[in-house]
Write a protein that binds this ligand. Structure first.
Ligand code: PEP
Length: 263
């Protein structure tokens, strides 16, 4: 039975105090399910206090980025080594990092390796822009980003990686990819993982969808074939929305487990 993942990306929102208050609100509202991993990705600043505050059985913590060297003269950066013990997950190659901060494939690949080296689960974000979609380049872009991001990941390590399909045109825009587009993208990503690491690995790798997910559309997206979870931006800052999505994932996981027993 595959686990489901609900990960909230708080982006550059909430100061340390506000983060703590919001996490306390989530603690009251977010249900716990055996087969759902819930994680929140606050700012770097809030990670340390939240690591002491949250119940880790209820919610894990993730960072929104990391640097790929472990230490050294890299002013202003935060390494995966420094995140160790504070976070369990780290977003890598989010489209805002790729597009606003010009992160390239090489850097993203090094960050994936840095996360794994430091016992963090990398959430490798991939997705096409509106223009690439319009030009019919989605498959090509996804294959390129997956191959490049996973270069140097070993077949033992691939089970520790999460991949989030986040079409750039859907992030923060209110536009969501339809279930058919999502299923197609998941199929492309899984086929590429199979090509690189074999069929077994591709069946086990967890794939998330992100891009304007809200309580209203979460159930249909989570039910799309090949989707193992959600990466949620804006709606993760609304406690009842986020908690509601965890509940949807939990109920779906229970349903799937029941069906597995029957089969
Ligand atoms: C994100 O930040 O990864 C994201 C998917 O944002 P939003 O849900 O706001 O589109």
């Amino acid at each position: 039975m595959a686990k489901k993942f609900i990960i909230g990306n708080w982006k550059m929102n909430l100061n340390v105090h506000e983060s703590s208050l919001f996490a306390a609100k989530l603690a009251q509202e977010v249900p716990t399910y055996r087969d759902v991993t819930t994680a929140i990705c606050p700012s770097f600043l809030a990670l340390q206090p939240l690591s002491l505050q949250v119940n880790h059985r209820q919610m894990k913590l993730g960072a929104q980025n990391c640097y790929w060297r472990d230490s050294g003269a890299f002013t202003g950066e935060i390494s995966a080594t420094q995140l160790r013990g504070l976070a369990q997950y780290v977003l890598i190659g989010h489209s805002e990092r790729r597009n606003i901060f010009s992160e390239g494939d090489r850097e993203i690949r090094f960050k994936v390796q840095a996360a794994l080296r430091n016992c963090l689960t990398p959430v490798l974000c991939v997705g096409e822009t509106a223009l690439e979609r319009k030009d019919g380049d989605t498959e090509h872009v996804l294959n390129d980003q997956v191959v490049s991001g996973l270069l140097n990941v070993s077949s033992e390590e691939i089970s520790e990686v999460l991949i989030a399909y986040e079409p750039v045109w859907a992030i923060g825009t209110g536009e969501t990819a339809g279930p058919e587009d999502i299923e197609k993208a998941m199929k492309i990503i899984r086929a590429q993982v199979s090509h690189l690491f074999g069929r077994e690995a591709s069946k086990k790798v967890s794939l998330l969808y992100g891009g304007s997910v809200k309580l209203d559309n979460a159930a249909s997206i989570l039910s799309a074939k090949g989707v193992d979870g959600l990466l949620i931006g804006g709606a993760s800052l609304i406690a009842p929305e986020f908690a509601g999505m965890v509940k949807i994932a939990g109920e779906l996981a229970k349903e799937e487990a029941k069906n597995e027993v029957k089969e």
